[in-house]
Design a protein around this ligand. Structure first.
Ligand code: PEP
Ligand code: MN
Length: 287
């Protein structure tokens, strides 16, 4: 038996043959993870102000992003670093997304905040640091909201699928996996982006898989090439950090794209997706 077939198939609900046609997760604005169209989630690492999130939503929607990302509750390594604007950011995200026809994805770090975040967001993000926070997984699962489950930075594929299984077993079928890099021996890049995980997961699970080249590399100039590589490898979507002025960002400035860099990325993406018989979302005209 080859090594892949020998993987334990204890993930009964996530395994590929549980749904051979593949799961498509659809958000209220029509954004789809798992169809012919590549989902494009873009926005700042953290929501910092009304002006910042409005300007970013406008710029990324005009180029085809269909899901607005932005941290409201930030899982920072240091307790002294910017922790996010919390509930205020949820309102700002909703307002900006609605103005440009986008859906909202934002991270929830505390099981007690799942009802609050669910009120404003269309999709709950479970971050790398919480991939195995089982009470958070159960709470997010029971909310019924679509969940974006990021890979823990030292998680194996098997552990990641088991974390997804926690969501599925609580009755929530709307689960999307997000590869965001794993820790390696070499800190030249922030993480080592595991693009092989994309086709591998497609063979192991019916769940859609997206890639986050921003946290995956930590370096803005590496984001576009890795985004294109991810889509070439079959990713169902991207999660990309974009900021009006990356140098002034409250978090993750070095890996955040300017609006012009995001435009260039989308131009390349259209070509790569097209070559593979896929599409990028139609741009939403500014209101
Ligand atoms: C994020 O997307 O803002 C984030 C904190 O990512 P990760 O959990 O992958 O580090
Ligand atoms: Mn970030």
């Amino acid at each position: 038996m080859d090594r892949l077939n020998a993987l334990p198939h204890a993930y009964r609900l996530a395994r590929r043959d549980a749904r051979p046609d593949g799961t498509v997760v659809t958000l209220p604005n029509g954004a789809k993870f798992g169809g012919d169209t590549v989902a494009v989630c873009a926005g700042p690492c953290s929501v910092e102000s009304r002006e910042q999130i409005q300007a970013t939503a406008k710029a990324v929607a005009a180029r085809g992003a269909n899901v607005l990302r932005g941290g409201a509750f930030k899982p920072r390594t240091s307790p002294y670093a910017f922790q996010g604007l919390g509930a205020d950011a949820l309102h700002l995200l909703r307002e900006a997304a609605d103005a440009y026809g986008m859906a909202v994805v934002t991270e929830v770090i505390d099981p007690r905040d799942v009802p609050l975040v669910s009120q404003h967001a269309d999709m709950l993000q479970i971050g790398a640091r919480n991939m195995q926070n089982f009470s958070l997984l159960r709470e997010a699962g029971e909310s019924g909201k679509p969940v974006l489950l990021k890979r823990g930075f030292s998680a194996t594929i098997d552990e990641w699928l088991m974390a997804a299984e926690y969501l599925l077993v609580s009755g929530n079928e709307h689960v999307v996996l997000c590869e965001r890099g794993v820790r390696s021996f070499d800190n030249t890049t922030r993480n080592l982006l595991d693009i092989a995980a994309v086709p591998l997961l497609h063979s192991l699970t019916h769940l859609p898989v997206i890639v986050d080249p921003s946290h995956g590399t930590g370096v803005a100039k590496l984001v576009a090439p890795m985004a294109l590589a991810a889509v070439a490898a079959g990713a169902d979507g991207l999660l990309v950090e974009v900021h009006p002025d990356p140098q002034a960002a409250a978090s993750d400035g070095p890996q955040s794209l300017t609006f012009a860099q995001f435009d260039a990325l989308m131009g390349g993406l259209e070509v790569v997706a097209g070559a593979l018989g896929r599409r990028i979302p139609a741009a939403t005209l500014a209101t």
